[in-house]
Design a protein around this ligand. Sequence first.
Ligand code: COI
Length: 357
Amino acid sequence: MDIKITKAEGDQLKPKPEDESQIGFGSIFTDHIFLMDYVEKKGWHNPRIEPYANLRLDPAAMALHYGQEIFEGLKAYYGRDGHIYLFRARDNFLRMNRSAERLCMPKINIDLVMEGLKELILLDRDWIPRSPGSSLYVRPTMLATEPHLGVRPSKEYLFYIIIGPVGAYYKEGLNPVKIYVEDTYIRAAVGGTGYIKTGGNYAASLLAAEKAKEKGFTQVLWLDACERRYVEEVGTMNIFFVMDDEVITSPLTGSILPGITRDSVIQLLKSWDIKVSERKLSIDEVVEASEDGTLKEAFGTGTAAVISPVGQITYKGKDYVISEGKMGELSQRLYDEIVAIQYAEKDDPFGWRIRLD
Ligand code: COI
C-alpha cells in the first residue's frame, strides 16, 4: 500500500525546542503524523502522513465512551555513528496486535506501520534530540471511531503515530525513587486487561498514584488483585528485585504488562550468567530480605525511563531503604548496557536496533 505524504508548510511548521535539557517528557510533538483508517469489510486503508493537527472525531465515537483504545510506546535515537535507530519496534507492534485482539480491535500489518513510522521519522528527523539521555518518543495509537452508543466492538477505527523529542521521564532521572506499597487499590486482575497497553489501565491507576504522591512518594508498588500479597508492577513499569545472587521479576501470568525493556533486561542478565527468575514474589519475602540484608537492589523497567532505581519502599507504615537509597551496581550496569546498545555505542548481539537511514 502506498503511503501518501502531505508535507507541513508555513504556520503548520512548529518551532523546535531551543534547550534540549528542558524538553521533559510527552508534551512536544513534531510537524507530522502518520494515520490510516479501518472500516469493517474494507480493512485498513488510506495510509498517509500529514501535518500534525487535531483529530476530527464524532462526539459519539466509541473510544470516547467505552474505552476501545490501545497504544504503544517506543523510541528512536540518533546513534553515536550519526545514523537513526529504532529499538525493538517490531516487538511493540506485535504487542499492539495482542492488545487489539483483547479489545476486539483489528490487527495492523506490521510491515506497513513500520514503513509509515520510518517515513515519519525521516521526514521529522531534525526533531530528534542529540543530547545524552534524550530520544524521540514514538506513540502508536488505535481508537474506535464509529459513532454508536450500543455496547459492542466498533466497526470503524483510526490508527495513528505521533512522535516527539523527550528527556527523562521521572524528574528524579536516575536518582532512586520512593515507592508506596499499595495494599488497597489494584492495577489489574488475571483475566482482565493488565497484559495489554490500553488507556483504561492507566486511568484506573491514577487515584492510587495521586494519593501516593500526596504522601511524598513517586509511585506505587502494585500487589496482586486476589491476595494483595505478590508484587506485580511499579507505577507504569515492570519491577525487578535483586536478592543475593538472584534477580526476580513477576511472571507473565495475565495481569503483568510484557514490557520490552523487561524482556531486554532478562536477556541481558541471562547472557551475563546472572540468575534471573520470573516467579511470584510476596511482599513479605521482600520485607524479610530487606531486614536480613539479602535485598540488594530494586528497579523498575520501562521504555520511558529505561531503568528506574527504587531507593525505598514503604509498607504498612514502615520504611525499607534499598541499596542505601542509591542506584545499585547491577541497575547501573543494565542501564549503561541498554542505553549503549540503543545509541549504537556498542555491538547489538541481540539484533534489537533497526537502522532507518
Ligand atoms: C513506560 O514506557 O515505562 C511506560 O509505560 C510509561 C508510558 C505510559 C509513558
